[in-house]
Every structure is written in structure tokens, then in C-alpha cells.
Ligand binder design. Structure first.
Ligand SMILES: Nc1ncnc2c1ncn2[C@@H]1O[C@H](COP(=O)(O)OP(=O)(O)OP(=O)(O)O)[C@@H](O)[C@H]1O
Ligand SMILES: [Mg+2]
Length: 455
């Protein structure tokens, strides 16, 4: 650890020399200044940790000096040295923010004790400031709301891998929070102050993706009127988030693999290698193993991006998060909507818990928005929910006018979603509860378009 720097101010050279000689060189680095003005300069240049000053100064009154020091560094502890008869002024100085005073004549051991206390005080202030900014950073970052044990362990995993440079692959159905987690990993990493650059591989036409990623030289292809740095260059030192990585074309995959292996790449139209220091986070809502089996995704690339895998469970497998998320979204809506109900009635809650949420948290957010638009009371009721959420079974609406086929499908979908919820997503357990074979259950789920992870 660096030795703390102690700045001693006294107009007499003999006093300054004595201080420099007597202060324990093992523990402190002494600096001296003959007056307030010279001390100000030193505060700017040397950033001392503690100031020890005589209250009587030739150039500027000690009390004014105190204010000037604090203008430069508000948390700098100032210890005053007082001669007989100036104690009252010292007390006044402490009211104005001096840390403590020592009476002349003092011995160095006594002074060092006060210095130690001042340093402790300063560290505490610094620690508080650090915590404050950390809390501010955390609450500024997008909140991830969850309580379900499956999500808590995912949160924990994300926090543990964030500070490393491991590639992270985030898997999960649409709307489960993959973007949110990618950002969280960046925010919790040592790269938090560097850029977070995100690119959706499926949103960009194949022929443009390469130059978007790696940049290009001017004139590299028709239309390339200007050179472009590319996303790898933009994310240098930070995190690159490649969303829908499963959609990356087979032509581009070896190029991405090379960057991951060697940390360098060619810009389109250039023969010079460009170095890069980027942490990669990828996401996909498709099962990449299947793409690997089908030969659509390179196995070696898959291993590279999959150093750590974070699988976000679908919302129907963590229904205990639903009430929390509902509250979170209502609070969010209060900032922009003229009218937001303060509570939900029991039946509305029942529907929200029973529904299968194919669009996961994003769908829940939209449902809350739409429901708040139609709700005019202080309580959100089942009728305010969109029809697909209300389902048919428990709402008591006449269902006889619908084709048997549709009604059965609704019933089955509802049944299997609740079954999965009761079995906490465990297929074997769900099959046992339903008294059917695993493979039959898989077929049913596929026919009803209920997505599950194959075990
Ligand atoms: N646990 C959560 N707490 C709060 N908000 C959440 C949570 N999970 C998701 N959301 C919100 O739901 C929406 C969808 O999340 P996000 O975009 O991260 O999902 P995604 O998995 O990336 O979806 P897609 O596959 O469609 O890209 C966002 O508005 C996000 O803020
Ligand atoms: Mg996304």
C-alpha cells in the first residue's frame, strides 16, 4: 500500500525540518509548505491525505486557509496546531470543519495518533462515497426483478462470472430477459466503464454483417464510400453482445472464431490485422446444440462462446415471480400513465398465475399496459385483462358457441402449463403426475407449442 502523504504547513523552516525528520518514515511520507498559498499548490499536485497546519500563518488567516483547502478537497482532514491562547480559535475552526487540534508544544508520537485517526476518518468517507456511487450505479442499471430460486441462482451465476473475461452464452425463450442479463454482466464486470455494444445477428442482412462486425476500408465493396470501424472496434476494452448468435451465417462463423482465438481480425478490404480486446456475451432463443447437430453452427465456435452458460427459465416455470413483476410494472407505469390501479383483485391474479406466458416477461409487461388502459377503477379486475389471459375454463363465460376443437386445445394448453408449473418444469415429474409417458408428454407439448428444455 502507498504510504499516506502528510502535508505540514509552518512559516518557520526549522519547524518544517523538524517535522520532516521526526515523522515515522516507515509509515508516512512528509511534505512541507511555508504558507497557505504554497500549500494550495501542493494539494493540487500531490493530493496529500492529511494536512497539519499552524493556525497562525503569515500570508492568509488560518481559518480562511481551512476553507480554501476544503474548496480543493472537501474531505481532506486538517489538524491544527495551536499555541497557548489560541485554543478558542481552534474550537471555532473545528466548528468550521477542521478535524482536530494539537496543542504546542507537542511530541511527534502524540501528533501521529491524531494523524492516524484522521486517516481512518478519511478512509471511511471514501468508502461511503464508493458505496454511494455503487448504489447509484446499481439503481441506475435496469432492475432485474425476481425471487424464484431458479432465477436467484442464475443471478448469482451472472454476478460470479461477470468479473472474468469468460465468454457467456445466455439462453432463454423470447422475453425472458436475455438482454437485461447481458447488460447486467457488463455492469458488474471490470469493463463497466468501457462500452457495451450490442448487435442482433438476425436483424442485419448476411452480406452486411461482416462489415458491421469487423469494419471495412473505404471502397472495400460497392457502397463503401467511407471507412467504418465496426462493432469490434467500438467495443474495444468493453463488452460485445451478439444477440441471436444462432442466426450467424456459416460463412461468418470461422471469422468470429478466429477473433476469439487470436484476438485479431481483418477489416473488410484490409490486409492488416487489427487487435481487439473484447469480452463476448452471446444470446439465443434457439437450441444451438440442435443447430450444431444439423451442421448449421460450427461446433468449435459453439465451445468457444459457451464457456459459461446461463439458462433463463421461462416465466411459467417461475410463477412466484409474477406478482413481483406485476408490482414492478405497475410502478413503472405510474411514471407515464394518467391512471394506474393500486391493486389487483384475486381473480385477476389467478388468471395471471395460470396463463402460460409464451412471450414471457415482455408479454407480461404489455399485458399490464393494456389492462391499465381499460381499467377505470382503483382495482384491476379479471375483465380488464386481455381475453387470451382470461382463458376460458375458470372465467365462467359461455364457451359452448366455440368449436369443440378450439375449446379442447385451450383446455389442454392450460392443463399442461399448470402441470409443468406444478412439476417445476421437471418433465419426468410432470409425466408421472399426468400418468402419461415422457415421450407422449413431449409430443403433446410440441403440438400445443409449449416450449420446454429437452432433458
Ligand atoms: N426479471 C425481470 N425484471 C424486470 N424486467 C424484466 C425481467 N425480465 C425481463 N424484463 C423486461 O422484459 C422485457 C424483455 O426482456 P429482454 O429484452 O431482456 O428479453 P430477451 O430475452 O432479450 O427477449 P428476445 O428473445 O425477444 O430478445 C424488457 O422490457 C425487460 O426489461
Ligand atoms: Mg433480446
Amino acid at each position: 500500500m502507498k504510504k499516506p502523504t502528510i502535508l505540514f504547513i509552518d512559516d518557520q523552516k526549522s519547524a518544517r525540518d523538524l517535522f520532516s525528520r521526526q515523522l515515522d518514515p516507515e509509515r508516512f511520507r512528509p511534505l512541507t509548505a511555508p504558507g497557505v498559498l504554497a500549500a494550495e499548490e501542493m494539494i493540487r499536485q500531490e493530493a496529500p491525505d492529511v494536512i497539519v497546519t499552524d493556525l497562525r500563518m503569515p500570508d492568509i488567516d488560518g481559518l480562511d486557509g481551512l476553507e480554501r483547502f476544503h474548496a480543493l478537497d472537501p474531505e481532506l482532514p486538517v489538524i491544527l496546531i495551536t499555541a497557548f491562547g489560541t485554543v478558542e480559535t481552534a474550537v471555532e475552526a473545528m466548528k468550521r470543519g477542521a478535524f482536530d487540534y494539537v496543542r504546542k508544544p507537542f511530541d511527534t508520537g502524540e501528533l501521529e495518533i491524531v494523524i492516524d485517526r484522521a486517516l481512518g476518518h478519511r478512509n471511511l468517507l471514501r468508502e461511503n462515497a464508493r458505496l454511494r456511487s455503487e448504489v447509484a450505479r446499481k439503481s441506475a442499471s435496469d432492475d432485474i426483478i425476481c425471487r424464484a430460486p431458479a432465477m436467484m441462482s442464475v443471478m448469482d451465476l451472472a454476478a460470479r462470472v461477470a468479473p472474468s473475461d469468460f465468454s457467456v452464452l445466455i439462453l432463454g425463450e423470447s422475453g425472458t430477459g436475455k438482454d437485461l442479463f447481458a447488460k447486467r454482466i457488463h455492469q458488474l464486470s471490470n469493463r463497466a466503464t468501457a462500452p457495451f455494444v450490442s448487435l442482433n445477428c438476425s436483424a442485419i442482412p448476411e452480406h452486411l454483417l461482416e462489415s458491421e462486425l469487423f469494419g471495412h476500408e473505404k471502397g472495400a465493396f460497392s457502397g463503401a464510400t467511407n471507412a467504418r470501424a465496426g462493432f469490434f472496434a467500438e467495443a474495444d476494452g468493453g463488452t460485445l453482445f451478439l444477440d441471436e448468435i444462432g442466426d450467424m451465417s456459416p460463412n461468418l462463423q470461422p471469422k468470429l472464431l478466429r477473433v476469439l482465438q487470436n484476438g485479431e481480425y481483418y477489416r473488410v478490404g484490409s490486409r492488416r490485422l487489427t487487435k481487439t480486446d473484447v469480452r463476448l456475451v452471446c444470446a439465443s432463443n434457439r437450441r444451438i446444440e440442435e443447430l450444431v447437430e444439423k451442421g448449421q453452427f460450427r461446433q468449435d465456435l459453439y465451445y468457444r462462446i459457451n464457456t459459461v452458460r446461463i439458462a433463463l427459465p421461462p416465466l411459467r416455470q417461475r410463477t412466484e415471480d409474477i406478482p413481483l413483476l406485476v408490482e414492478h410494472f405497475l410502478q413503472k407505469l405510474r411514471k407515464t400513465f394518467p391512471h394506474v390501479p393500486s391493486r389487483l383483485n384475486a381473480q385477476a391474479v389467478r388468471h395471471l398465475l395460470d396463463y402460460g406466458w409464451p412471450g414471457n416477461v415482455r408479454e407480461l409487461e404489455h399485458v399490464m399496459e393494456r389492462s391499465c388502459l381499460v381499467c377505470d377503477g382503483d382495482e384491476l379486475r379479471a375483465d380488464d385483462l386481455p381475453p387470451e389471459i382470461r382463458g376460458t375454463a375458470s372465467s365462467g363465460v359461455a364457451v359452448a358457441e366455440r368449436p369443440y376443437k378450439d375449446a379442447r386445445r385451450d383446455f389442454e394448453r392450460n392443463y399442461f402449463l399448470q402441470l409443468l408449473a406444478s412439476a417445476e418444469g421437471n418433465i419426468q415429474k410432470a409425466a408421472e403426475l399426468a400418468g402419461i409417458h415422457r415421450s407422449t408428454l413431449y409430443e403433446k407439448l410440441a403440438a400445443l407449442q409449449i416450449a420446454v428444455e429437452r432433458e
